[in-house]
Design a protein around this ligand. Structure first.
Ligand code: ATP
Ligand code: MG
Ligand code: MG
Ligand code: MG
Length: 439
């Protein structure tokens, strides 16, 4: 992309309405614009990152055998009356009436809708196990929408639902989700710690939240510091192997780690004192096992091996896709702007032309631009007439991992300058070498 033809409305002033750094930086970098309280338009740069995050979520869901689909945002109230949640959900649910006077709602989550799909089409245990998921907009009329996309009212969520014959199988689905979530967050450059949590309006027995440690997090968390040494890394886990998935769950959840909702002082005091940590965290996902909570009242049954109908065991599993942008920025920025992890960066590198209009500099930039694109990379070429200071400030603000600076003086010696956004280190080298480093 050439900056002269792009839409990147960066702000010079710090917006006064933004209380936390990720919200400030997303506004300043021209990633989002508030449409109304807790509802945002995704401007091109923000949309690009959102799509990259979605892509990682899709890949990691499908890696473990989960099946993508898409359910609507607007739902009929009828199903929610069947499950009993229409009244129980409270004012967070946006209720709408259509012209035929039918009660509708903008879905805050999809357990009812997916259970209805399941009961309409699946009748035998032979069709299990089954896990379906989608990435779709949700609406929750949060009492205090704030912090930009971190607590929006309209937000993008991956929500997945498993259907299993037995509790044991459903617990395997739970463990498998934990495995896949660990990998998902690490690919985004995040450490998200599974913590025992409270099930809230979804209901159920077993649940873990995934929290990214950050001072601006809304949850208070308590944990054994040893947990921050754990890495999932690039292990290959067979997602059908119950014991292998259970072992990962055991490894990542056996040390004390809880949110304020489930915190237990007596248990926490058994952690050696020098390892006890109290901090704040951002909830970026949650997994639930809730047994037959929905399948029982909604009649989602299959014929078991003995021919008798049994309600299926279910769980649901969410990732806060749009919230993740805020969480990643909270975890990765400096005083000059965002520092995107490679896995989610909107462009792989920025090319800064110090003297636009100089034939040699222009030609060198064009060649770099073509070479990077030829490798399947997506560079942002600042081909505007602006001064070096302003160009550098914009590149630092939008946080691309690499900047290649091209100017007549360097070109006389056959070199350009390659700068790492994360370390701030710059090095002069021939253009081909800079391309190699980035690729
Ligand atoms: P919170 O405790 O932050 O209100 P939740 O527990 O109500 O979140 P879940 O029902 O577990 O949310 O939804 C799954 C994920 O969706 C959450 O882990 C979070 O990352 C994301 N999410 C929930 N509410 C919002 C929101 N208002 N804005 C953006 N993301 C959200
Ligand atoms: Mg909530
Ligand atoms: Mg929560
Ligand atoms: Mg939650």
């Amino acid at each position: 992309m050439r900056l002269s033809r792009y839409f990147l409305p960066v702000l010079k002033e710090t917006p006064s309405e933004a209380q936390i750094v990720s919200h400030r930086l997303m506004l300043r970098a021209g990633m989002i614009k508030q449409a109304s309280a807790g509802i945002y338009s995704w401007l091109p740069l923000g949309f690009k990152v959102l799509r990259r995050i979605e892509q990682i979520v899709h890949e990691e869901q499908q890696r473990v055998g989960h099946i993508p689909m898409l359910m609507p945002t607007l739902q009929s109230a009828d199903l929610w009356k069947e499950s009993g949640r229409y009244d129980a959900y409270g004012p967070e649910m946006l209720r709408i009436r259509d012209r035929q006077d039918r009660d509708m709602l903008y879905g805050p989550t999809n357990e009812e809708l997916i259970t209805d799909i399941f009961r309409s089409h699946v009748g035998s245990y032979k069709d299990l196990p089954l896990t379906l998921y989608h990435i779709q907009w949700k609406f929750r009329d949060e009492i205090r929408p704030r912090f930009g996309v971190m607590r929006g009212r309209e937000f993008l969520m991956k929500d997945g639902y498993n259907f299993d014959l037995t509790k044991e199988d459903a617990l395997h689905a739970y463990n498998r989700h934990l495995v896949s979530y660990l990998r998902t967050y690490e690919r985004m450059g995040l450490q998200a710690i599974p913590m025992r949590a409270d099930s809230g309006p979804i209901g159920g027995d077993d649940t873990h939240e995934f929290l990214v440690l950050a001072e601006t997090g809304e949850s208070e968390v308590f944990y054994d510091s040893q947990i921050t040494d754990l890495k999932f890394g690039d292990r290959e886990i067979d997602h059908d192997d119950h014991a292998a998935c259970a072992a990962v769950l055991e490894e990542f959840t056996s040390r004390y780690a809880r949110t304020d909702e489930t915190h237990d002082e007596a248990l926490f005091s058994q952690v050696p004192e020098d390892r006890r940590r109290t901090a704040r965290g951002i909830e970026v996902g949650q997994i639930f096992y809730f047994g037959t909570k929905y399948s029982e009242p909604m009649g989602a049954r299959v014929q078991g091996p003995d021919g008798k109908p049994v309600p299926v065991h279910m769980g649901s599993h969410g990732i806060g896709v749009s919230r993740l942008l805020g969480a990643i920025i909270e975890a990765s920025h400096d005083e000059r702007g965002i520092i995107w992890p490679e896995g989610v960066t909107p462009f792989h590198a920025g090319i800064v032309n110090l003297k636009q209009g100089d034939a040699e500099a222009d030609a060198a930039c064009e060649a770099l631009y073509a070479a990077l694109r030829g490798l399947g990379l997506d560079p942002l070429y600042d081909d505007t007439k602006g001064g070096a200071g302003a160009k550098f400030a914009t590149m630092d603000l939008i946080g691309l991992p690499w900047r290649i600076t091209v100017g007549p003086r360097g070109l006389k010696n056959g070199v350009v300058e390659l700068t790492s956004r994360r370390t701030g280190e710059s090095e002069e080298m021939p253009p081909e070498q800079a391309v190699e480093r980035i690729a």
